[in-house]
Design a protein around this ligand. Structure first.
Ligand SMILES: [Zn+2]
Length: 209
């Protein structure tokens, strides 16, 4: 494991779910049970999608914890922090956030990269993986909303043709969202269309070396 993370609170209750031999746990407050169970349903589907698409999930456990983090979610090996205000079943951000953070178990964790100098190799790829989660779960039409999210991020900076491969420090906050989370995800989708899924995965492995 490449990182160590600890979260503690006397208020945490734990909700669990099993998928393909993996125990999923969500630590949160008891009144957020419905949101936690929705998140675990998404996580179970995501593990199945990425397991089929890329490689089996490498551990026997995956833990979630709700925290007051300013980010929607943050990834660690075998553990994911989700900001508490989105832990409710109908929350607009919950499914995409959980699917994205689970995707990081493959891109950032299983296939490691330098997150500060090459953020496109974990964030853009994970946005692309999240698009595949929505496609595999709901079909092409069901992934339209997330595709629009990627396009909307890039549109928000006027589709500026800033390279996707810069270090984090080279981007403003708006550019980081628009380029690394928006344009970069669309870049991998365009590559997949051009190269085919199998060739794209070989290309990604070469990039990581
Ligand atoms: Zn991310």
């Amino acid at each position: 494991m490449r990182d160590f993370y600890l979260a503690a609170s006397p208020d945490y209750e734990v909700f669990t779910k099993e998928v393909d031999g993996v125990t999923l746990r969500f630590y949160t407050r008891d009144y957020l049970q419905a949101g936690a169970e929705s998140a675990l349903d998404v996580a179970a589907r995501a593990i199945e999608v990425y397991g089929k698409r890329y490689a089996p999930y490498p551990y026997t456990e995956l833990d979630f914890v709700s925290t007051p983090t300013y980010a929607l979610g943050i990834e660690y090996p075998g553990m994911i922090a989700i900001t508490e205000w989105i832990v409710e079943p109908e929350n607009f951000y919950l499914e995409a956030t959980v699917a994205h953070e689970v995707g990081h178990q493959w891109f950032y964790n299983l296939v490691g990269n330098d997150q500060l100098d090459d953020p496109w190799l974990d964030e853009s790829l994970t946005q692309f993986a999240t698009l595949q989660y929505f496609t595999d779960t709901y079909g092409q039409s069901g992934s339209a909303g997330f595709r629009q999210d990627l396009e909307g991020r890039w549109n928000s900076i006027g589709q500026e043709e800033i390279p996707v491969g810069l270090p984090v420090k080279e981007y403003s906050n708006e550019e980081y969202s628009g380029i690394v989370y928006g344009r970069g995800g669309l870049f991998f989708e365009a590559l997949r269309e051009e190269m085919g899924q199998g060739n794209l995965m070989i290309f990604i492995k070469l990039c990581k070396k």
